[in-house]
Design a protein around this ligand. Sequence first.
Ligand SMILES: Nc1nc2c(ncn2[C@@H]2O[C@H](COP(=O)(O)OP(=O)(O)OP(=O)(O)O)[C@@H](O)[C@H]2O)c(=O)[nH]1
Ligand SMILES: [Mg+2]
Length: 194
Amino acid sequence: MKNPFKNTTFLFGITKYKNLPEDTGIEILLSGRSNAGKSSALNALTDNKKLARISKTPGRTTEINFFKVEESFKLLDLPGYGFAKSGHSRKKDWGPLLEEYFENRKALKAVLIFMDIRHPLKPIDLEMIELCESFDVVYIPVLTKLDKVSKNILMKTIQQVSKATNAHEVLAISSPKKTGFEKLRKILIGLKDV
Ligand SMILES: Nc1nc2c(ncn2[C@@H]2O[C@H](COP(=O)(O)OP(=O)(O)OP(=O)(O)O)[C@@H](O)[C@H]2O)c(=O)[nH]1
Ligand SMILES: [Mg+2]
């Protein structure tokens, strides 16, 4: 089957709320702690290794980067919250901007919350979940780096995250192995018609 995300292109990055483009179409947020694997997932999702920059240094993505899947369907790659190095929290850096965005943005359709399968549900992730719940925004926990754990741990962690959240579905992916992306694509495409 043809990958509907294959022709995704980079649009622009913004650092300030006032620079957001017109509030039209659908936007899906890619959120998660720094180093969780958001940018890697975006590249695997789109089958384009060069689309988003990936780094071994946490905090590489510092802007909200806009990617266009098709006219009126965008993916927003967020800067990782909880920068390991500087000790900044989302509250300090992106809290006001994110809250304003959640409160006002009609285009916001869903939030993917990426979490390293070995370190899920950190306080900062719970904050994001709460933010989604308080604004009634659909969120999907996506456990990354499943190639790093056994099947047993994989199942256990999916269960643990399902129990701890109100999410309808918990996904698990491996970007280098390209596992779990068919399901993720299907869910994202489904969100277009909600
Ligand atoms: N083994 C494995 N490594 C991964 C996976 N996804 C990402 N990584 C690695 O994890 C590191 C961070 O990945 P990024 O995709 O840059 O993470 P990010 O969430 O975009 O990070 P920030 O931009 O800093 O917020 C890189 O070294 C990736 O190669 C995965 O599924 N499996
Ligand atoms: Mg990134």
